[in-house]
Ligand binder design. Structure first.
Ligand code: SF4
Ligand code: SF4
Length: 221
């Protein structure tokens, strides 16, 4: 496995030092990023099938504790990597992880998070409970301190039914977008990523695969 990681880095170094040095800075960066992506895709799909760690969310707390020191070290490691390299790598990893994890067997985000709601979403959710907006707000939401943001307070969420969202098609945007891994320059949001790593098997597996793909050596952590 390690050889393939090294091969990718060699490819990147080759392109960086030979062809790209002849080009102007803007074009150089674009091409460099393309070669980084091509090298990564070649490595990822041709040489190394992805290994998802199958797990129940209840196993996460113990694994997270076990990996606390390693994760601190990884945080420093990715801090030194180019944002685009991390984003490109995640663009390939995330769909594969999502394909292999069945959210209907989990529902853990709906047990832990308190989704933010727009006024329109409050209205939709209130109608699902056959309540007025005001009653729904009073019973199920609160306002974030110092802001106008409303969020659902109940944990687990009142719409969760045996790991499944009972209003799936009408769920709020903050539920649809979870776990928010497709942000550009994701390393700027690393603290949040690692918060969700503690509760979400998709995030956990994504971060663990990212460690491998960027050549992080966990034994030196
Ligand atoms: S509205 Fe649905 S998706 Fe959102 S937290 Fe509640 S159960 Fe989960
Ligand atoms: S998004 Fe993550 S925490 Fe939520 S149901 Fe899917 S795997 Fe579980």
């Amino acid at each position: 496995m390690m050889e393939f990681v090294n091969l990718r880095f060699h490819l990147n170094i080759f392109f960086d030092t030979s062809i790209l040095m002849k080009l102007n800075r803007g074009l150089k960066n674009e091409l460099k990023n393309s070669y980084l992506l091509i090298g990564f895709l070649f490595d990822f799909f041709i040489f190394r099938p992805m290994k998802i760690v199958e797990m129940h969310p209840e196993n996460l707390p113990a694994l997270v504790t076990e990996k606390a020191a390693e994760n601190q070290s990884f945080r420093n490691f990715i801090h030194a990597l180019p944002s685009k390299q991390i984003d490109f790598t995640l663009d390939v990893i995330i769909p594969e992880v999502e394909k292999n994890i069945d959210c209907t067997q989990c529902g853990n985000c709906c047990r832990h998070l308190q989704p933010g709601l727009s006024a329109e979403e409050i209205s939709i959710l209130a109608s699902k409970k056959s309540m007025s907006n005001e009653d729904f707000k009073n019973q199920f939401t609160a306002q974030e301190k110092g802001t106008m943001i409303q969020y659902m307070t109940a944990r687990p969420c009142v719409f969760l039914d045996h790991n499944i969202c009972s209003i799936y098609e009408s769920r709020p945007h903050s539920c649809k977008d979870f776990p928010y891994l497709d942000e550009a320059r994701i390393k700027l949001y690393w603290k949040r990523v690692m918060e969700f790593y503690k509760i979400c098997p998709i995030v956990f597996n994504t971060v663990e695969l990212l460690k491998k793909e960027v050549g992080f050596n966990s034994s030196s952590a």
